[in-house]
Design a protein around this ligand. Structure first.
Ligand SMILES: C[S@@+](CC[C@H](N)C(=O)[O-])C[C@H]1O[C@@H](n2cnc3c(N)ncnc32)[C@H](O)[C@@H]1O
Length: 408
């Protein structure tokens, strides 16, 4: 057993919460907002494990951060005497749920609230793993997790970890008032920065220490399969991959038989990863072009048309108050992308903005196509891959929308 961070029988300090918060917890919500906290012990550290109580009853056990708007996160409803044992049990359950997913490929083993482990992400890139803690409260539990993880991954997936990276560098941590950092816990940094993964026979380069997300956009896995099916229908298709990062979409299109892919991203590091991916898949130079440019500048200047355009921009809506300007940016992007489609061509367009609903995204696309006086069929509606499930009681756990539009 790992060195314990708290005694199994030690009573957790109490945080008093409103009746409404207790009711929300009973309904499956795992967050307590700061304005729902009625009482906390000012002598305790700002971040600590706790019991959330109301009216003398324990509503939940979890952790508390006095500096965060989401002040409480629930690890278990009701009283849970041993949170360390609980998180290890949760981890084992999350792993077991993914045990049928190919161990040869990269897979998200833990997806935060959806796996009842708020603030924690664990991704497996065989033979390496990345642990991401996005909250100050989860940081308290990370030492236990790091100690037990290699053995558990070996047991469930048969993978002996060569590398293990702790990433505490996501921007959301700023909302928690904690430092941002990375740590290589096992393995050689140069190997982890030059990692590789394979998905459905396509090879990708990933930087597990400093790359975006934990190194790759695993959440688009099933949507990339849709792209492959469309490209396979059109021998030699010309494809535009906007905001390509390491080439998740475009490399997949080339493997499916695309004649040519134009990759666009403003980031030099992204295009370096792409070049490694092109080499790993032995793509002939004449089949791919990489452009380092702002996507709006590119679309304004590029006169070419494409059989398939993929638009996978960063989340334009960072906060609910930015919804209106962000919706305008999505609309502009999709209008410009639409103009680049050949008749019968397919636009695969995404939004990873949690604050933009699927219905609002479709409405926005409808308005964009109408403004272009076009007609489109919706031929695909996708979301997060199976290893990034949504918790039904917390719509906030859903963020990714992917829509396929055929130009009529
Ligand atoms: C959601 S990620 C794309 C993921 C990628 N399509 C994949 O499947 O791996 C967004 C990407 O957009 C790029 N980006 C952000 N703003 C951009 C802009 N204004 N113009 C071009 N690329 C941009 C980022 O560098 C990042 O690689």
């Amino acid at each position: 057993m790992a060195n314990r961070i708290l005694k199994a029988d030690a009573a957790l300090p109490e945080v008093g919460i409103t009746r409404r918060a207790a009711q929300r917890i009973a309904a499956g919500v795992l967050w307590v907002f700061s304005n729902e906290v009625e009482r906390c012990d000012a002598d305790l550290p700002a971040v600590h494990l706790c019991r959330f109580t109301h009216g003398g009853r324990v509503a939940a056990s979890g952790y508390f951060n006095r500096h965060s708007l989401i002040a409480g996160r629930v690890l278990a409803r009701g009283a849970e005497p041993d949170l360390e044992a609980l998180i290890l049990k949760r981890l084992a359950e999350a792993f077991r749920r993914r045990s049928s997913m190919a161990p040869a490929g990269a897979v998200r083993l833990v997806f935060s609230e959806a796996d009842l482990l708020p603030g924690l992400v664990v991704d497996l890139y065989p033979p390496h793993a990345v642990v991401q803690s996005n909250t100050a409260g989860m940081d308290l539990l990370v030492p236990v997790l790091l100690e037990r993880l290699p053995g558990m991954i070996a047991d469930v997936f048969g993978v002996r970890l060569q590398g293990l990276v702790l990433r505490c560098d996501a921007d959301v941590r700023r909302l928690e008032a904690v430092e941002l950092f990375n740590r290589v816990c096992r393995g050689e940094p140069e190997h982890l920065a030059a990692a590789a993964l394979e998905e459905d026979g396509v090879r990708y380069a990933a930087d597990l220490i400093d790359g975006q997300k934990t190194g790759f956009f695993l959440d688009q896995r099933e949507n990339r399969r849709f792209l492959a099916s469309r490209v396979a229908e059109r021998a030699g298709a010309r494809v535009l991959d906007l905001c390509c990062y390491s080439g998740g979409w475009g490399l997949r299109a080339l493997a499916a038989g695309a004649g040519h892919v134009t990759f666009v991203d403003q980031s030099r590091k992204a295009l370096d990863l792409l070049q490694r991916g092109l080499a790993a898949n032995r793509v002939a130079p004449g089949r791919a072009e990489a452009v380092q440019q702002d996507l709006f500048d590119f679309l304004a200047a590029d006169p070419a048309t494409y059989d398939v355009v993929v638009a996978d921009p960063p989340a334009f809506v960072k906060a609910r108050r930015n919804l209106a300007p962000a919706a305008k940016a999505y609309q502009k992007l999709n209008r410009l992308a639409w103009r680049r489609l050949t008749p019968g061509g397919v636009l695969i367009t995404c939004s990873c903005s949690q604050h933009l609903s699927a219905a609002d995204f479709i409405a926005l696309l409808s308005a964009a196509v109408a403004k272009e006086q076009g007609l489109a069929q919706v031929i695909y509606r996708g979301g997060q891959a199976e290893d990034h499930p949504l918790l039904l009681s917390m719509p906030e756990t859903g963020y990714l929308k992917c829509v396929g539009l055929r130009r009529l």
